[in-house]
Design a binder for this molecule. Structure first.
Ligand SMILES: *Cc1c(COP(=O)(O)O)cnc(C)c1O
Length: 451
């Protein structure tokens, strides 16, 4: 996580005169094809702002705190800071990055439940007071390094019980919440509210309603002990789809109105991460290796290819799960990519294919199965919705670098942002906006959709 804040100046290409995201991808593929065929991202910042508008439309009473660990691109953070979002951080470099855009300490929360001492001390020194906590160990640690912190007790949600693979085995039960509250009281700590986190793999909006009721119990217990409980944090888990956002809002709205009405003076916040960035980033990777294996009629791999067998292709890409496809290791499914070929032929047959990263490690499988036309070394694959968990530093033992990000925004989105009062010279000082220029002859037919 070194140097998050080291790249303060970046240019954003303004898409005017009918230029599309696809044109930008085509341009960079053409440029990379004569260069080193390195992977790259194209990020549409208009998506981030539209997601913000969508949030304000559907969840007007809940203030978003963006979860920086999902994507710490400076442009994303600067844009969200300008739009007035708060931030939830899980490391010191993230806090430093957010602070570098002038975000005030009361708009920063620490969401991790196992915080490094250095992070807690840094928060104490910088008046960052909102800290999540779900155990006595964490509570004692915070009491020692940050006695004026305002704690948000994280309650477990039942969504975490099904599926043993969910990595969110965090949050305390209602029973242990009482113990924690008593403990905080003894230590002279302040508890300011409760939070929960329904992981995005949970598709049942009921998980949110149960969690809101549980949070009310924690508020009651806290108030009984004399704490001023004023913040409810409903966590993250928002996929980015408008339908899901509506469903969740529909499910929790009546409970919020009943348990946390405006007259209660409780501030409602949430921690959307993937929601903002997922569909804003597109990743282009290059095919660097290829193998063909045989399968029998039932799809079982065979040793040798005979005439009647269906071939299956294994393609190796110049990026994998130890780089930009890290979300695969978090149990997410990577959808099949678009294929970009220099000379596609019409009516190409498609074959069973699997897509792998470059590490030759059996975990480094990005897409288990998809149907693709036969590809050659040097062909490009384009993955959409790659904005979440894809911009960390790749594992150092691999010869993979973090792909560069090329930022764009459409003219329409840009004018809308300016109408909202955000301007280049004041709020977003590190941007420079350059008009996109067609640097190639467009070949829109070069893209084919996933089969
Ligand atoms: C990662 C994270 C989130 C965001 O989760 P999404 O599923 O991407 O919304 C929210 N809060 C905390 C504390 C996190 O660590």
């Amino acid at each position: 996580m070194k140097g998050l804040a080291d790249e303060p100046n970046y240019s954003i290409e303004l898409l005017e005169g009918g230029a599309t995201l696809r044109d930008v991808i085509e341009t960079h593929i053409c440029e990379q094809t004569v260069a080193e065929k390195n992977a790259f991202f194209v990020a549409d910042l208009g998506v981030v702002t539209r997601q913000h508008v969508r949030w304000q439309t559907h969840m007007p009473q809940i203030r978003p705190f963006y979860a920086v660990k999902c994507n710490s691109s400076p442009a994303v953070v600067e844009m969200l800071a300008a739009l007035g979002a708060g931030f939830v951080c899980s490391s010191k470099p993230e806090v430093v990055l957010v602070q570098s855009y002038g975000v005030a300490p009361e708009n920063i929360a620490l969401g991790s439940l196992c915080k490094q001492l250095s992070l807690i001390k840094y928060a104490a020194k910088n008046d960052i007071d909102l800290l999540a906590c779900d155990s006595e160990t964490e509570l004692r640690k915070i009491a020692r390094c940050h006695p004026t912190a305002k704690l948000l007790l994280q309650v477990a949600t039942e969504a975490q019980d099904d599926g043993e693979e969910t990595s969110m085995a965090f949050g305390c039960t209602l029973k242990s919440c009482r113990h924690l509250l008593e403990c905080a009281k003894e230590l002279g700590m302040q508890v300011a509210g409760a939070k929960f986190h329904v992981p995005s793999c949970c598709t049942d909006p009921q998980a949110y309603t149960h969690a809101v009721s549980d949070a009310r119990c924690v508020f009651d217990m806290g108030e009984e002990l004399g704490f001023s409980m004023k913040i409810l944090d409903i966590g993250g888990g928002f996929s980015g789809s408008e339908v899901q956002l509506e469903q969740i809002h529909h499910a929790i709205r009546p409970l919020l109105d009943m348990y946390f009405p405006p007259v209660s003076g409780v501030t409602l916040i949430a921690e959307p991460g993937s929601y903002y960035v997922s569909s804003a980033f597109t990743l282009a990777v290059n095919i660097i290796g290829k193998k063909v294996v045989a399968r029998d009629q039932h799809g079982q791999p065979l040793e040798e290819l005979t005439l009647n067998d269906e071939p299956e292709f294994l393609y190796y890409m110049n990026n994998g799960v130890y780089g930009s496809f890290a979300s695969k290791l978090l149990d997410e499914t990577i959808p099949a990519p678009f294929v970009h070929k220099k000379a596609p032929s019409a009516e190409e047959p498609v074959f069973a294919s699997s897509l792998w990263g470059p590490s030759c490690d059996s975990l480094d499988q990005v897409v288990e199965h998809c149907l693709l036309p036969e590809l050659s070394l040097g062909d490009w694959l384009v993955f959409s919705a790659m904005g979440a968990h894809s911009l960390g530093e790749p594992s150092a033992f691999l010869d993979v670098q973090r792909p560069p990000v090329h930022y764009v925004i459409s003219a329409d989105d840009w004018y809308e942002i300016q109408d909202a009062g955000i301007s280049l010279d004041t709020t977003m000082k590190n941007f420079s906006l350059v008009p996109y220029s067609f640097r190639f002859s467009p070949q829109p037919e070069a893209f084919s959709a996933p089969a």
